[in-house]
Design a protein around this ligand. Structure first.
Ligand SMILES: C[S@@+](CC[C@H](N)C(=O)[O-])C[C@H]1O[C@@H](n2cnc3c(N)ncnc32)[C@H](O)[C@@H]1O
Length: 204
């Protein structure tokens, strides 16, 4: 059984000074930069790069993560970027945050693979989207080379069309795709990624 608990994420963050690049995720930037900013929820915000990018682009952001260490780093990043007044960071349970603070015009989850699975993630986050709002869920596809190297992640990876199943087409306009992208290792080697990208717009 994969361990995606609060404790395991916390010890992963504590084991290194920083875990992620500090840059916003490409799909978020691509899909959101042309949208009129309003209120956004960043789920599994990690060290805060997406939340900072959103706030810098005019969004009021709620950003949630299981790891208190990630939240501390994200808060410091927002402070350095001068947007801390536009983001509320929290390590509270996702369900509580949604029940108490929602809904949002944009709900984004980038590479959050909760133990409960991708279908649970999408149905939980769908509840948090305001009428006319957008749900953007990106995860590793089961054929992603990175997921293939990590058995826990491979079990948690999902195809966008499988998780999109939980959304009623009467209430949502849905796009579910597999997108490939490349990045470069420190030694210059190219690396292929295969992302599952779910974009759903809730009817107004
Ligand atoms: C692979 S990291 C991605 C971080 C960030 N979104 C990024 O792309 O840089 C996944 C993050 O999701 C968080 N996470 C996993 N399950 C969660 C849950 N149920 N509620 C909130 N955060 C969660 C983890 O603590 C971790 O920081």
């Amino acid at each position: 059984m994969p361990d995606f608990s609060r404790e395991s994420w916390e010890s992963r963050y504590k084991s290194r000074e920083s875990v992620w690049s500090g840059k916003p995720n490409a799909v978020l930037v691509e899909e959101v930069e042309t949208i009129e900013p309003a209120h956004a929820l960043d789920v599994g915000c990690g060290e805060g790069a997406d939340a900072v990018w959103l706030a810098t682009n005019g969004w009021q952001v709620t950003a949630v993560d299981l790891s208190a260490t990630a939240i501390e780093r994200a808060t410091a990043h927002a402070h350095r970027a001068g947007v801390d007044g536009h983001i509320v960071f929290t390590d509270a349970e996702l369900g509580e945050v949604i029940a108490n603070d929602g809904p949002w015009n944009l709900v984004s989850s980038q590479y959050t693979h909760p133990g409960e699975g991708g279908r649970w993630l999408v149905s939980t986050l769908a509840e948090a989207v305001a009428p006319g709002g957008m749900l953007l869920v990106v995860g590793h596809h089961p054929t992603d080379p990175h997921a293939a190297e990590h058995p826990d992640l491979k079990d948690a990876a999902f195809a966008a069309e499988d998780v999109a199943d939980v959304l009623s087409r009467d209430a949502w306009e849905v796009s579910a795709t597999l997108r490939e992208r490349t990045s470069y290792e420190a030694d210059g080697r190219e690396r292929l990624w295969r992302d599952s990208v779910l974009i759903a717009r809730r009817h107004g």
